[in-house]
Design a protein around this ligand. Structure first.
Ligand SMILES: O=c1[nH]cnc2c1ncn2[C@@H]1O[C@H](CO)[C@@H](O)[C@H]1O
Ligand SMILES: [Zn+2]
Length: 370
């Protein structure tokens, strides 16, 4: 079946949700999978495009632009979803632009109730203005630190550096990750079009990272099925799986797990699940049939994520809302997802424990008491 056959009108084009309930707003959240270049404010893109003389935007009206991204990304194909990033990357080519986008990203996440975030981007896509890879990382880091300060310590932000799976710079980006790991960078990722670009193409990068005891995650099981997840886990040795929803290829209708699905579940390999993004790229048909609930029930380590807040027209609060509406989840399920995310974070154990014990558990206890 062609991917776009998965699309139906339901869910895919529905608005991103009603007013987010009060407890959802107050609930502490953690996000492991959000792309900096997929999460800009539309108004910022318009301003930066004017400042930098970028004339390629489909519209200069911020509200229309936000809608354009969501619609264009809602194509049923990962490749077309990814085409929208050309516009965001086009305005993220100077130190000032990167700093601004990074700072705003942190503030928007703090406003969404996020207390811990790992934000990723591909440094190699930000070199057109003459910055070096190191300068790109330094600019984004400066923006993240400024955002954290402005948010008054309500949020901790760490960085994942992404190598693009269709280019050949992954080893260089892996080295960049290790070089900056004492400076807020906690891991590496591989992203981009999955079809035709299997993760093992980047084996030297993963072997280097293992040698250096450095964390990494891999986008897998989004546009390609179980074989991509198998390669990411068993050949490349990934610690987490970006998306991974197509692990359902290895789960029978009656819930019986195949060998790969068992391995992923039994080893508690975290899945970075992004429901709305999956509807847009055709990895899932609608919220009701999205495997997040099945995977959770089967005991997989499920985390909930936004992927790209602009591109998917979403927030963590709205992702919560969709799952409340669809599966009737209460705060206890989101507490489970949030604790799972922090447990799976690429942070030292004492820091993970501190976030869980001082922020997540008390936050949900307060919700339960109110
Ligand atoms: O869901 C996704 N799957 C695969 N690649 C993605 C996804 N979202 C974004 N990117 C890719 O990652 C780059 C760095 O952030 C983005 O520019 C985009 O090309
Ligand atoms: Zn992603």
């Amino acid at each position: 079946m062609h991917l776009s056959d998965n699309l139906t009108a339901t869910g895919v084009s529905s608005p991103t949700g009603p007013v987010v309930a009060d407890w959802i707003r107050q609930a502490p959240k953690a996000v492991l999978h959000d792309h900096l270049d997929g999460s800009l404010r539309a108004a910022t893109i318009v301003e930066l495009a004017r400042d930098h003389g970028y004339t390629g935007l489909p519209t200069e009206d911020p509200a229309e632009l936000a809608e354009w991204f969501r619609e264009a990304a809602n194509s049923g194909s990962l490749e077309r979803y990814l085409e929208t990033f050309a516009h965001t990357c086009a305005v993220m080519q100077t130190r000032a632009a990167l700093e601004r986008v990074a700072e705003e990203c942190v503030l928007d996440m703090a406003a969404d109730g996020i207390v811990y975030a790992e934000i990723r981007y591909a440094p190699e896509q930000h070199l057109e203005g003459g910055l070096t890879l190191d300068e790109v990382v330094e600019a984004v880091n400066a923006g993240f630190r400024a955002g954290e300060r402005q948010a008054g310590g309500r949020i901790t932000v760490r960085t994942l550096l992404t190598g693009m799976r269709h280019t050949d710079r992954s080893l260089e980006i892996a080295r960049l990750t290790v070089a900056h790991r004492d400076n807020g960078v906690v891991g590496f990722d591989i992203a981009g079009g999955e079809i035709g670009n299997p993760p093992a193409r980047h084996l030297p990068a993963f072997q280097y990272l293992k040698q250096e005891n450095c964390h990494f995650t891999i986008h897998a099981g989004e546009a390609v099925g179980a074989e991509s997840i198998h390669e990411a886990v068993q050949v490349c040795g990934t610690e987490r799986i970006g998306h991974g929803v197509r692990i359902t290829d290895d789960i029978a209708e009656d819930g019986t797990l195949g060998r790969l699905a068992s391995y992923v579940r039994d080893n508690r390999i975290p899945l970075e699940i992004c429901p709305t993004s999956n509807l847009q790229t055709g990895a899932a048909k609608d919220y009701a049939s999205h495997p997040v609930d099945e995977l959770r029930r089967l005991g997989f380590r499920v985390t909930l994520n936004t992927d790209g807040r602009l591109v998917s027209g979403t927030t963590m609060g709205e992702e919560f809302q969709h799952l409340v509406d669809t599966f009737g989840y209460g705060p206890e399920v989101f507490e489970e997802f949030t604790v799972a995310a922090v447990e799976a974070a690429f942070l030292p154990l004492p820091e993970r424990r501190r976030i869980i014990e001082e922020l997540i558990r008390p936050g949900y206890a307060a919700l339960a008491a109110s």
